[in-house]
Design a protein. Sequence first.
Length: 288
Amino acid sequence: MVELSVAGDGLYRRGFAGDTFNTLWHFARNAPAGWRAAYLTALGTDTMSDEMLGFFDAAGIETDAVRRIEGASPGLYMIHLRDGERSFSYWRDMAAAKRLADDEAHLDRIFSSGDAFYFSGITLAILPKAGRKRLLERVERARASGKLVAFDPNIRPRLWPDTATAKAAIEAAAKVSTLCLPSFDDERAAFGDETPEATAARYHGLGVGEVVVKDGGGAALVSWGDGRQSETVACVPPKQLVDTTGAGDSFNAAYLAARLGGIGPMEATLAGHRLASHVVGGHGALVG
Ligand SMILES: O=C(O)C(=O)C[C@H](O)[C@H](O)CO
């Protein structure tokens, strides 16, 4: 999406962001040896889409998997801040990304070439029902062939028609994932979990081997080996709190980069905290 982040005095800065993109952007900057980042999404053929594609390229993100759709354009969101805590306004009804899973042959080509996959509850929320099904079928095959599949439920109630639909889609996604990175506040609101441990147990129960439950600026619970081992890892307090946009996404990027680089779950969680704590010190989702 196009992002409008606060620049002061009623001014907004135009950036590019979106939850999975934020994770990929940070991943590309921190990727372990031998890993490359590619984005499966859809853009239009307008000037904004061209600029966005140039931005991906400059960030070291491969663009082969981007579908270009004649006449379509990207979605847009604006960040509002209250004491550093963000909320969003969206203009995305016609966003090209909603059609990222329309083309089966395209999906098959991308899924056959990737070694690890990452998607989110926002990915699922913006897709039509048929697109969601097509995507999850490919994800399921990737998992069955032993690939890492990471999923952040990133629950945005406004993007779903109702809670029951959101919960069903998130559970279906968790069942085909190997790693889940939920946020406790979202999970408590949607699923009624009383503790981060309950969130982790629920995802392990759906067959997820490794779960990291983030808790805003608090400690994270990491639980691995199908829940046989778990630890609480204290957060890294930020030097300054400016804008929480993208904190969880950057956490996920650092965690994934660490794990794919062979680092253990506890140290990977610490790497996640460190990057998130840096990202909340600047405006917008992408803080270099
Ligand atoms: O809320 C969304 O749909 C976005 O992807 C915008 C933000 O970049 C994202 O929520 C930050 O996590």
